[in-house]
Design a protein around this ligand. Structure first.
Ligand code: PLP
Length: 460
């Protein structure tokens, strides 16, 4: 690393060990091993403090760095913007804010308004607040309930955890916010009913309808779903699921909120995951890939019809959305997001994602032929996963420590892969792959090659 001696780097690692509270992981192991400190990135690759190179198959660990590392075009645009104007509260406009909103809406037919904030959780909170306010403004305080789905994840705040379908993540953090109601998952591989394909999709949507009827349709204002469930196990919907979900929302006057924090901005080969399924959301939230981690940004996009509901009565002092996100006014986010989107367009990264996604899917299916432990291969574009089971007939999940061993072995082989979140106890058995959208055929083969070797080593 330029300008850093070995002593400097060992000081960094010591300082990290002494003072940084890392996200998501247990710290006990750091009594005997050093935490991973990533110091540099270029394209698809990162280097740690010990100088080891890794191929990053998870875009910064959590589906974020969609256009890859070391993009000076984004860094320069952010720098120029910060020097010109770093910040002004979001009650006023800004040049990058206006231009990014225009460009983004151009990719989202039917959508109209862009609300800026800082993270995926925050973007989801904004949508929840809007749904709640509509319930009060339009429905006399009824329709405050928001439905969410088992195994979906929407963030780490208490509000978004109230809509959290991953039990292990929620344990010990309750009590949660009232009027969030869970609906059953839709995962054909672990179907709750003895059905498959469209029949399973129909039953899964019927299960949502049963919840709506039990709660009372006049109490349900929103339905929040991931288009493809990410951390909960890379769960793709069966054919016919989404049009039926849309019809259900139309039937009961329920606002459809699609959480695109992972699927958004090209990850699945279209700008947004929902665009594969022909649905018309009322809210679309996004973060991670919006600026590929070059700046913090979250976005809640709505239709004009939603926006109109907040300006229909100027005489009412409560009529507007009385919300602010201080750093939603920081110009670094939209400045980075604009360049991020330009790169995806200029380099044809949606097309690349589709093509490389097909290659990855083919490679993973070949692994399924070879390794009995691979029970299922799922995903779309460069967003894929494989579910590991001890027995394909019973679908008994492998032990979590074995999943960890595969991840560790891939790391030893120089490839960083991911595993599903602490979702359902005993079911954290999905390996996740989400390389940057710039991946080449060689990158894809290196990733799946490492997984092949790691599966062989751990499971024989
Ligand atoms: N929604 C989904 C689908 C996510 O996967 C995540 C984070 O992993 C979030 C929301 C929360 O985003 P953030 O961590 O930026 O708050």
């Amino acid at each position: 690393m330029d300008g850093f001696s070995d002593n400097d780097i060992s000081h960094v690692v010591d300082a990290d060990k002494a003072h940084v509270w890392h996200h998501l992981i247990q710290h006990k192991p750091f009594e005997t091993v050093d935490p991973r400190v990533i110091v540099e990135g270029k394209g698809m690759r990162v280097w740690d403090a010990k100088g080891r190179e890794y191929l990053d198959a998870v875009s910064g660990g959590v589906w974020t760095v969609n256009v890859g590392y070391g993009r000076t075009q984004i860094a320069d645009a952010v720098r120029d913007q910060l020097v010109k104007l770093n910040y002004f509260a979001g009650s006023a406009g800004s040049i990058p804010g206006a231009l990014y909103a225009e460009k983004l809406i151009g990719k989202m037919p039917g959508m109209s308004r862009v609300y800026y904030c800082n993270s995926g959780s925050e973007a989801n909170e904004k949508a929840f607040k809007m749904i709640r306010q509509i319930a009060h403004k339009r429905y006399g305080g009824k329709k405050t309930k928001i439905l969410y789905r088992e195994r979906d994840y929407h963030g780490g705040t208490i509000g978004t955890m109230s809509a959290g379908g991953q039990d292990e993540r929620n344990m010990q953090y309750g009590p949660f916010v009232p009027d969030f109601v869970r609906v059953p998952h839709c995962m054909e591989y672990r179907a709750q009913w003895d059905l498959s394909g469209e029949a399973y999709a129909e039953r899964a949507v019927q299960a949502i309808e049963e919840v709506i009827l039990a709660e009372g349709p006049d109490t349900v204002g929103g339905l929040c779903l991931e288009p493809i469930t990410a951390g909960g196990g890379v769960i793709t919907p069966p054919e016919g699921y989404w049009p039926r979900v849309q019809a259900l929302c139309d039937k009961y006057d329920i606002l459809l909120h699609i959480d695109e924090v992972v699927c958004g901005i090209g990850r699945t080969g279209t700008w947004f995951g929902y665009q594969h399924y022909g649905i018309r959301p009322d809210f679309v939230t996004m973060a991670k890939g919006v600026a590929s981690g070059y700046a913090a940004i979250g976005v809640c996009v709505t239709t004009e019809a939603v926006f109109e509901m907040f300006k229909d009565d100027a005489a009412d002092p409560l009529n507007h959305f009385r919300d602010i996100s201080t750093f939603g006014g920081c110009t670094a986010g939209p400045a980075a997001a604009l360049e991020n989107m330009r790169i995806i367009e200029d380099e044809g990264l949606l097309e690349n994602t589709t093509k490389m996604g097909e290659r990855m899917m083919g490679n993973l299916q070949a692994l399924m032929e070879k390794h009995r432990v691979v029970g299922d291969v799922r995903g779309k574009g460069l967003f894929q996963g494989i579910e590991l089971v001890t027995d394909r007939a019973t679908k008994e999940p492998v032990a979590e420590k074995d999943v960890g061993a595969v991840v560790a072995e891939c790391s030893n082989l120089g490839v960083i892969i991911g595993a599903s979140n602490r979702s359902v106890p005993g079911l954290n058995n999905v390996l996740c792959f989400s390389p940057a959208l710039i991946a080449t055929p060689d990158d894809i083969d290196q990733i799946t090659g490492a997984v092949d070797k790691a599966l062989g080593k751990v499971f024989g």
